[in-house]
Design a protein around this ligand. Structure first.
Ligand code: UDP
Ligand code: MG
Length: 318
């Protein structure tokens, strides 16, 4: 494949148990492929020995780069940092927990060579809890009706990006990063292949139900303003219903005389409408909150230690 450089970007948050094995595995696997590669590890503010382990590996192997955050900024920030520091002609994003099998990189490179800018490994949901699978399925069905960019179930961050796709991703400087949406938004020729899901071998997933819920909301809100439009329509619907009901009551009173209606109708109407209004205000609040974070223009992460120079957003030409 000539002098093509592949960067492997690995966000790591408290992965001391698995980093040694991951590193060995990934270097062996890439060594098998006839490519030059670099490993860009991003330590996302781990409090365990993650950074030490990365530094040891960097000292032993010049192909290892690491960036370490001042605190935990989240996987999205870690991936962003990795992409910024990656110098490769193609970049592969991979989790440290070996749930993204390094042996698939060869396949990704083949598909990339066929002219695909994004090569996506889509995992099956085998080994997941049934509830999570069902929730995910329902979620994606609903969300794809709502959002403008298509989000696919099982498609995560395990993917290869060509240099121009990486540059495009880096152009999106939003603070609130929803990678799944960002990758889909960027587009370019994309190939997808499936792989068998592997359960995490060591350590544990840092996803809690609440985090997943918030992630789901982010997916809905980060990429479009359709919920606002929906709120508008719902408002119109309620107002017209109220008008019709009012007309009916007035007509009824004129024809049949004034009746003493129960207060239940009133109570239900008032609480229901108050509820609807709270939801709408919350919805607007979500968008305003996002604007609040965007206008601050804070950096996505702060670096505590690294062995890479200034982040490269562009490749050195030639
Ligand atoms: N990760 C990170 N920062 C975080 C949480 C996770 O960099 O705040 C990394 C983690 O080390 C792993 C990857 O993101 O390499 C995926 O995390 P995890 O396995 O917990 O998520 P899951 O596979 O369950 O989606
Ligand atoms: Mg995992």
């Amino acid at each position: 494949m000539g002098a093509v450089l592949i960067s492997i970007v690995v966000p790591c948050f408290e992965e001391e148990e698995i980093i040694p094995r991951f590193h060995e595995h990934v270097t062996a696997e890439l060594g098998r492929l006839a490519v030059d590669f670099e490993l860009v590890y991003v330590d996302d503010g781990s409090r365990d020995r993650t950074l030490e382990l990365l530094q040891e590996r960097a000292a032993a192997d010049p192909r290892v780069r690491y960036v370490s955050f001042s605190r935990n900024f989240g996987k999205e920030a870690a991936m962003l940092a990795g992409l910024r520091h990656a110098a490769g002609d193609a970049v592969v994003l991979m989790d440290a927990d070996l749930q993204h099998p390094p042996r698939l990189v060869g396949r990704m490179l083949d598909l990339h060579a066929d002219g695909h800018d994004q090569v996506v490994a889509r995992r099956t949901r085998e080994g997941d809890r049934v509830t999570r699978t069902l929730l995910a399925r329902g979620y994606y069905r609903v969300i794809n009706r709502l959002v403008d960019v298509e989000l696919v179930d099982g498609v995560g961050d395990f993917r290869l990006l060509s240099r121009r796709a990486v540059d495009a991703v880096l152009e999106l400087t939003e603070y609130n990063r929803f990678s799944k949406g960002i990758f889909a938004w960027v587009g370019f020729p994309t190939a997808t292949f499936e792989y068998q899901n592997e359960t995490r071998e060591q350590g544990r997933s840092k996803w809690t139900f609440r985090k997943l819920l918030n992630y789901g909301l982010d997916g809905l809100l980060s990429f479009n303003d359709k919920p606002l439009r929906a709120a508008l329509y719902l408002g119109f619907l309620l107002v017209s219903t109220a008008f019709l009901y009012a007309a009916w009551i007035v007509g009824d009173a004129l024809l049949n005389g004034v009746d003493t209606p129960g207060y239940v109708t009133l109570l239900v109407a008032v609480t229901a409408l108050a509820g609807v209004q709270m939801v709408m205000v919350g919805l607007i609040g979500e968008y305003v909150g996002r604007i609040y974070y965007e206008v601050k223009r804070r950096p996505h992460f702060l670096v505590k230690a690294s062995n890479t120079g200034t982040p490269s957003t562009r490749p050195s030409p030639g």
